[in-house]
Ligand binder design. Structure first.
Ligand code: FAD
Length: 283
């Protein structure tokens, strides 16, 4: 099973130092890779390159850049991919991206992620390519069958593995894996796991993706929603249980959305015991 983190870049006007410090604390857990998000529409794309390049330079793990079709022409994409390669980054999560407010389409040369995957595979075969998968169905797809058929197209276009959207419902995840395997999707799956740390962000991030809030999590929200400290404590315990439930489901990789909160992530990993390492440097 692979083990990895996601981070996001600082805002354009903020220094990189805090994130570099966060990375140092995450390296302690010997992740197989660390991925860095990319603002759809290219907002803050420069910071994404800086972060990926810093990870590459560290020599501590593999950087995986997220990249979207939004607002990008073929030529823009070609230039960006050359830049990544020049910085030592040859792993990519190829996404369509969410439309910025008021947009109806990507306003770029590619409408869907499968076209980006195909372009990268053909023109930049040195990249290892991940594609997104949605265990609860992408919110714009009319049916699971349709969404899974589109996932299959990403596999056929050359994706090497799947990274999932957040999904708190492990039974739903298992059902989806069964469905996609029957549909011929055989790629390894890294499960994206969102730590439960604060009430409003977890609700917002969950529902904005069309994902559901299981009863156990709803109960934590109802019981501790007015008390951030108690909420975080219960949320961390819930996250540890989730980690084990996913591991028991037989996943190929665990991808922790770190939210750049290395202290909380360190607590969760140390308490879970899944990374049996000397983590004293992270404390
Ligand atoms: P697609 O695979 O293109 O699918 C989008 C929708 O179109 C789906 O409903 C699908 O069923 C349908 N579809 C797909 N192919 C076709 C086709 N050929 N014809 C017709 N319909 C089709 N967004 C960011 O902006 N930045 C990030 O850094 C970022 N990181 C992410 C990390 C992970 C692990 C995940 C899972 C998502 C991330 N996202 C990010 C969000 C992602 O961009 C959105 O979920 C987006 O809405 C869909 O992207 P996709 O690559 O799944 O698109």
């Amino acid at each position: 099973m692979s083990f990895s983190f996601e981070v996001f870049p600082p805002k354009a006007d903020k220094p990189l130092d805090n994130l570099l410090d966060t990375l140092e604390h995450l390296y302690v857990f010997n992740p197989d890779f660390i991925s860095c998000t990319y603002g759809a529409g290219g907002t803050n794309a420069g910071r994404n390159v800086e972060v990926c390049s810093a990870i590459a330079k560290s020599g501590r793990t593999i950087p995986v850049t997220h990249f979207t079709c939004i607002g990008n022409s073929r030529e823009d994409i070609r230039k960006s991919l050359h830049t990544y390669l020049d910085k030592g980054v040859n792993h990519i999560l190829a996404l369509r991206g969410d439309f910025p407010e008021g947009w109806q389409g990507t306003r770029g040369d590619f409408n869907y992620a499968n076209e980006l995957v195909e372009f990268i595979k053909k023109n930049f075969p040195e990249f290892c390519i991940a594609a997104a998968g949605d265990p609860e169905k992408h919110f714009q797809a009319d049916s699971f069958e349709e969404d899974i058929a589109h996932l299959r197209v990403k596999q056929d276009a050359g994706a090497d593995y799947i990274m999932t959207q957040l999904c708190h419902d492990v039974e739903q995840y298992k059902w989806w894996v069964d469905k996609i395997r029957k549909a011929g999707v055989s790629l390894p799956i890294d499960v994206g796991l969102m730590p439960v740390l604060s009430k409003d962000p977890i609700i917002r991030m969950t529902v904005s993706n069309g994902s559901s809030i299981p009863r156990e999590l709803a109960e934590i929200i109802a019981r501790y929603g007015d008390n951030p400290e108690d909420f975080k404590k219960a949320g961390k315990e819930y996250t540890i249980k989730q980690i084990y439930s996913f591991i028991n489901a037989g996943i190929n990789g665990l991808h922790i959305y770190s939210l750049n909160r290395w202290k909380d992530v360190t607590d969760i990993l140390n308490e879970s015991g899944i990374r049996n390492l000397n983590t004293s440097a992270a404390r």
